[in-house]
Design a protein around this ligand. Sequence first.
Ligand code: MG
Length: 405
Amino acid sequence: MTLHMIVGAASDTGRVRDHNEDSYLVDDQLALVAVADGMGGHQAGEVASATALEALRASVSSGDAIRDAVAAANGAVYEKSTTDERLRGMGTTMTAATLASGGTLLLGHVGDSRAYLLRDGELHRVTTDHSLVEELVQAGELTEEEAEADPRRSMITRALGIEPVVNVDLYPLQLQPGDRLLFCSDGLTGMVPEDHIAGVLEDEVDPNVVAQQLVALANDAGGIDNITAVVVDLVDDADMTASLPAVAPDTPPPDEPEPEPEPEAAATEPAAPRRRRWWRVLRWAIPIVLVIGIAGGVLWWYARDTYYVGNNHGQVAVFKGRPGGVLIWKETLARREQLRVSDLQPTDQEQVKAGHGQFSSLADAEAYVRRIRRSATTTTTTTTTAPPPITTTTAPPTPSSTPTP
Ligand code: MG
């Protein structure tokens, strides 16, 4: 089994702040997803989150495992913060994950942005916040409900860029096809209850739409902070490439503690299987649509490209189409003649009542009408003429000569 990520994301300033210090990263090539929530005065928060993600990507790209990559991001932010006076004291959260082939997600986490897993309709929080209220909850001094309303809930106890070295929490997670992940900043979780988040994650299919809806919910609830949501759907490669003869072989055992990102995984592009999936649908759909179209065209042509002469309430008439119609294409009256069917010759009457001819044009049909009109007139003028007497000559019986013995 090789899992691929299909990602949707949205980030918004919210309704209160004047700029967005959140950043997120989606790198299909590296199978890397991350959310960072920066903090610091005078837009230093934006610098912190962007710097951290840039360093994270470079580190993963050079082959580092996720924990080392988050540590490298810490170093990059710390260095900028200590060398540039305007950026002093800036920091950022980081929730970042790489997907190794075999479906193992390795998640590195610092701060109060979160990762959730939706599996079989149930939402699980994967990460534990590094925040004051979370520590109080862990210590039994606050309940979950009290924590949600606590004014200190945005105070974090751990961040990137504050100290030269940071302790990174690592969560290895064995994923399955159908799993859905959410990475988000506290601008979402601080505003929207988890059961509402779960509802949106469950109900909506398109991960981009999910991300946008979650941001909208946070804004509807007040949007007091920057809001970022990254939604990741896990799709089995085999589902996407079932029509291809070769399927990528299974790769390292899932119990391996922390495998390096696979070069194969880095080289595969989730966009390609998505195109293949579309192609699989189109490959069937195009011929079917063509066949239906051509058959419909032929039938239409068969049904409509002809004229016949028939009976319209006792009058002779020319119809376009075929007697009785073909499927949905009924015949239509083209021309009503000043000629009564009952005036026609008996054989013509029969033909007209049944619908006569397959004329290729209205003119041809009218030529036939002229002919039956003429014979109708001829009949009426000649009815007075008595039919010639039929004479039969009967020969007298010839006596048969039978030889007499
Ligand atoms: Mg925030």
